[in-house]
Design a protein around this ligand. Structure first.
Ligand code: MOS
Length: 750
């Protein structure tokens, strides 16, 4: 891709530096040439292979395992079951906040879901371990599986997501409904979905006394090191996690899971390095998923289309033994102005693995329902869906009345609609056909995502040759963090990005926080920015207090860092290179360090959100019901853009996930056994290139002076929000059939 093809805005960096430029990814060549090593590529000397034997029932008890047969198999070294599993220092039935869920690590013979580990076989080869696991021949005492809404147990969850309240109310919802001219009510359902990262959850664990080195894909290095330390009763600094590359994380590699803990435990028990990598099927259970939801929306409107009350209830499926509740209804809180808002959640206990964060947790499922409900409300009012949304545009955060730190959603609507050609859309459905007689429909959805900040630390070292090393223990799971973070550091250091070496992806670096919640660039980036400024401040002190420097005495007017030189702010012709300043001071290096936190005033005083508008065109075969997305235009405003190429790529990824959510993805459970029947990439449908149409992502300029000094929000997950609803609404517009169950299927249209 040439820089010219990055549409349409290339923002200038603040100081004319390279931040804002569409640099290509630093890890790109390593990846395409196969030199990037993933966890399971590691083979320490003497390594053993561990394979989990997993349950084939959803609920009950393991009554027997033929351990003798497995142990007798050539190459098998050990079989670990609840009978001989060494103790752990942390009770796995206790959660470890914020992301530590209860895990199954052979603590007992209870089976809670299909694919739960019930034994671990360790052998000299992968084949021997796999064969040994097959010889265990488990017997079960089986209880009926709770597999769906009709046989699961409903309950009131104490919290949703990673600790939010289950119910949020503003204003009087029933009074709002009573004052409406009409109320549209409908229920929407979303299925269980699985992350299906290309790279499996894997670990290569090697102990040295009470220290352990873990090669594993990980989105939250420091947090995980601390959690593993608790499980194994060692200090956090004794855990070294190396996670240079992730083949996709999507939230599932931000949480701890049973199989990886078992791999580490086996390595300690046997005093040899152990590798454990899950199979694709084994990832349908113990490593999280997006839980199914059944969402009811009630929207009261006046004749002019204004919303008087918005009520969103979500019944969210979770496991029988833990409480991750998809915070879907909260999607209805920040978007549309309404005097009364109510978001509430109920839990549904099923015999399934515990769900967890998955790419826009809450917003993906919640906005899918909300944006279709909004389309239905607009239809009921006889209004164009964009005009309806503009009539309900929130100038301040609904309910709280807090100002937005920035909000260029109106510009997103304008630019997206104009690029798409929305103004010529007929109001009624089934009005458009293409040259082949296919029904054509246009739909839209609003995209929104919150902007978290994770406390982060970084170090920036200016070296004698004038280049820099910057370090923060974050993770690049494909989003381009290495590149964007280096651009931020280079800007703060007044260097070209080529002069900045970035170290990341290992847990003994300053804690870079979590690569998740679309907050990594803003969080780790801010730490790097601050560390760079600290280094430059130290360098300025050296120069301005040295009589031999052309910058001597410039302390009051200040200096600016640019192109590897400090310049007097009031007279830029007076300058000195970093290398010269360091050489004269006889310094090999200057080390800047910093932490980055968000001030409570920022978070408490403002609504911090990225926004967008997505417009979709679908074509539907009128006889066969076959659907194709033929065009997608998204316009997003997420504060300052550090690297337009990477940001555009993130939006594309999200929009493609939206296609997947709307039309393809679904884990299908066998109601008799609780088994997932499509636990593989042949039957679990995700888009391939042929499913993805022309995509456009417009980077709408948005200046945010409040969210953080960089003005950066987040771009990772917003693309999936809005897109799902836009596609569903386009299907309605093409066919006149309103489908409220995702994914939309051919049979729904016939
Ligand atoms: Mo995410 S669910 O923070 O990849």
């Amino acid at each position: 891709m040439s820089p010219e093809s990055i549409s349409p805005i290339l923002q200038q960096g603040r100081h004319g530096s390279n931040a804002g430029q569409p640099l290509t990814r630093r890890d790109g060549v390593l990846k395409v040439t196969g030199r990037a090593t993933y966890a399971a590529d590691n083979h320490p000397r003497g390594m053993l292979y561990a394979v989990t034997a997993v349950s084939t029932i959803a609920r009950g008890r393991v009554t027997s395992l033929d351990v003798a047969a497995a142990k007798a198999h050539p190459g098998v070294v050990e079989v670990i079951t609840p009978a001989n599993r060494p103790p752990l220092s942390h009770n796995p039935a206790e959660k470890m906040p914020p992301f530590g869920f209860r895990v199954e690590v052979l603590q007992d013979d209870t089976v809670r879901y299909v694919n739960q580990p019930i034994a671990l076989v360790v052998a000299e080869t992968l084949e021997a371990a796999t064969e040994g696991a097959a010889l265990l021949n488990p017997r079960y005492e089986t209880a009926p599986a709770r597999t769906g809404r009709d046989n699961g147990d409903r309950y009131a969850p104490p919290a949703i997501g990673v600790g939010s309240p289950p119910r949020t109310a503003y204003g009087d919802i029933e009074a709002g409904m009573a004052s409406a001219t009409r109320v549209t009510t409908a229920e929407y359902s979303t299925p269980a979905q699985y992350h299906n990262a290309m790279e499996p959850h894997a670990v290569v664990a090697e102990w040295d006394g009470d220290r352990v080195t873990l090669d594993m894909p990980n989105q939250a290095l420091a947090l995980s090191a601390g959690a593993y330390a608790k499980y194994f009763g060692i200090p956090p600094e004794n855990v070294l996690i190396r996670s240079p590359f992730l083949g996709g994380g999507f939230g599932s590699k931000a949480i701890l899971n049973g199989p990886q803990i078992l791999g580490i435990l086996a390595a300690r028990m046997l005093q040899r390095p152990v590798k454990l990598a899950l199979t694709r099927a084994q990832m349908y259970g113990p490593v999280g998923h997006r839980g199914a939801t059944w969402q009811t929306l009630r929207i009261g409107t006046e004749d002019d289309g204004r919303i008087t009350a918005l009520h969103h209830h979500s019944l969210s499926a979770t496991s029988s033994f833990d409480d991750f509740i998809e915070p879907a209804a909260n999607s209805s809180l920040p978007l549309y102005a309404s005097p009364a808002l109510l978001a509430e959640h109920e839990g549904l206990r099923l015999d399934t693995g515990t769900p967890g964060p998955m790419r826009a947790p809450g917003e993906a499922s919640g906005s899918a329902a909300l944006e279709v409900a909004i389309d239905e409300a607009a239809q009921a009012c006889g209004m164009d869906p964009l005009a309806f949304r503009l009539a309900n545009y929130a100038e301040t955060e609904p309910g709280t009345n807090k100002p937005f730190s920035s909000k260029a959603l109106r510009e997103c609507y304008d630019q997206g609609a104009s690029r798409f050609g929305w103004s010529t859309r007929p109001l009624e459905p089934r009005q458009m056909r293409d040259e082949n007689g296919l029904l054509v429909g246009w739909g839209m959805g609003t995209a929104v995502f919150h902007c978290p900040h994770f406390p982060a630390e970084a170090r920036a070292t200016l070296r004698a040759d004038g280049t820099a090393l910057v370090e923060t223990g974050g993770a690049d799971m494909g989003q381009g963090a290495w590149t964007a973070l280096a651009q931020i550091a280079a800007e703060a250091l007044g260097l070209d990005p080529d002069q900045v070496e970035l170290h990341s992806g290992i847990s003994n670096l300053p804690d870079g926080g979590i690569a998740g919640g679309s907050g990594h660039t803003a969080s780790a980036g801010l730490a790097l920015h601050n560390a760079g400024e600290d280094a430059i401040a130290q360098l300025s002190e050296l120069a301005t207090s040295d009589e031999a420097s052309p910058l001597y005495g410039a302390g009051n007017v200040g200096v600016v860092a640019r192109h590897g030189r400090l310049h007097r702010r009031d007279d830029e012709t007076r300058s000195e290179s970093y290398a010269d300043i360091l050489a004269r001071a006889r310094r090999r290096e200057i080390v800047g360090t910093a932490k980055a936190n968000r001030s409570p005033d920022v978070a408490e005083g403002h609504a911090l959100l990225s926004h967008g508008a997505v417009f979709a065109e679908v074509k539907v075969d009128p006889d066969l019901g076959q659907m194709r997305v033929s065009r997608l235009v998204g316009a997003f405003a997420a504060g300052r853009v550090i690297n337009p190429r990477l940001v555009q790529s993130q939006y594309f990824g999200g929009m493609i996930w939206g296609i997947s959510f709307a039309l393809q993805e679904e884990a299908i459970t066998d109601r008799r056994t609780g088994r997932i029947m499509n636990a593989d990439l042949a039957e679990y449908h995700v888009p391939v290139n042929a499913d993805v149409p022309s995509l456009e992502a417009i980077l709408v300029p948005e200046q945010d002076d409040i969210v953080n000094v960089l003005g950066v929000k987040g771009v990772g997950e917003i693309g999936v929000t809005g897109t799902v609803g836009a596609i569903a609404n386009a299907v309605w517009h093409a066919t006149g059939v309103r489908v409220r169950r995702f994914p939309i299927k051919i049979e729904d249209l016939l």
